[in-house]
Design a protein around this ligand. Structure first.
Ligand SMILES: N[C@@H](CCC[C@H](N)C(=O)O)C(=O)O
Length: 309
């Protein structure tokens, strides 16, 4: 099978985006496409794949995302900006209501974060504190700044669904080895956390800046995770570290976004949707491999504009 793909990223969280509006593959095949395209030893590499899906009565277009391991999460807010760019360009609209797996979001082209950086504003939520839905068992119905002894005796986590599951711990300094240790416990899908979780450590750097590092479910450490940045901004408000509705800078390993969260749990992020190149590639579904990549157009100007941030 030969696919057209767009290699793109939001804050360095990188994806192969596929216009799937006229493609009919079953979920198992998309999972296999995700494993093939995200393999960093293969010709493309990435944290996941994004599917632009068609309109319905409510939404101008939709997004599906598959993680590198082939699992399909509920949302992806860095990926949504890339899908928004593709969907807005495809439909010719300046803004849109977008269908996600289990929820909706609103997107619009925003003023460029910096010269030449295509920027999208996205609003998603509401964030939910109900962990019975994950499920996360044995820690009560809500987890707010609480020790989860099965993960660490020292850290205090807040559990938030965006609606994908996030465990957020504010720390003085991100300890990456500890983040990986805890991320891997969750990745093992223990009986008390069968659907796993994304785990983030967050530094409050000043009254206008957070730094977020995330071990993502189905992927591992990534440069950035948009839903984690949204969750972290909401938890900063919930725990009184920052006022709700203040727009702050959320830094990450791949760059930054501007973010705000309301008390009702709606989060708004404004950040890049950078296209690196477009091309075609062959997928061997039986083997789960990608080969014969042909890049048809490169965008060094977009890569350079983002690097300057
Ligand atoms: N990187 C994404 C989140 C992708 C999904 C996540 N790994 C999960 O399984 O929930 C983002 O930018 O939000």
């Amino acid at each position: 099978m030969r696919l057209s793909i767009t290699k793109c990223h939001g804050s360095g969280n990188d994806f192969a985006l596929i216009d799937a509006r006229d493609l009919a593959l079953d979920d198992a095949d998309w999972a296999q496409v995700a494993r093939a395209l995200t393999d960093r030893a293969g010709p493309v590499g990435g944290d996941g794949i994004l599917l632009l899906t068609g309109a319905d009565a409510e939404a101008a277009f939709g997004m599906r995302i598959f993680n590198a391991d082939g699992s399909e999460p509920e949302t992806c807010l860095n990926g949504l900006r890339c899908i928004a760019r593709a969907g807005l360009e495809a439909t010719g609209q300046p803004s849109a209501h977008v269908r996600l797996k289990t929820s909706h979001a609103d997107v619009a082209r925003d003023a460029d974060l910096a010269a030449g950086v295509y920027t999208v504003r996205e609003t998603a939520g509401p964030a939910s504190l109900d962990v019975r839905a994950w499920p996360l068992d044995g820690e009560g119905d809500e987890i707010r700044e609480a020790v989860i002894a099965r993960l660490s005796p020292d850290l205090r986590f807040t559990a938030v669904a965006m609606p994908n599951p996030h465990l957020i711990a504010f720390v003085d300094r991100v300890d990456e080895a500890e983040l990986v240790r805890i991320g891997e416990i969750c990745e093992g899908a223990p009986a008390w956390l069968p659907n796993r979780a994304n785990v983030s450590f967050v530094e409050l750097r000043d009254a206008d800046t957070l730094y977020v590092r995330t071990f993502e479910r189905g992927v591992g450490l990534t440069n950035a995770c948009g839903s984690a940045m949204g969750a972290a901004t909401f938890v900063a408000g919930l725990t009184g570290r920052l006022p709700f509705d203040r727009t702050v800078t959320v830094r990450n390993r791949g760059g930054l976004v501007r973010a705000s969260a309301s008390e009702a749990g709606m989060v708004t992020l404004s950040g890049n949707a950078t296209v690196e190149w477009t091309g075609t590639v062959t997928i061997d579904l039986a083997q789960g491999t990608a080969h014969d990549l042909a890049v048809t157009q490169r965008h060094p100007e977009e890569i350079a504009a983002w690097a300057a941030i």
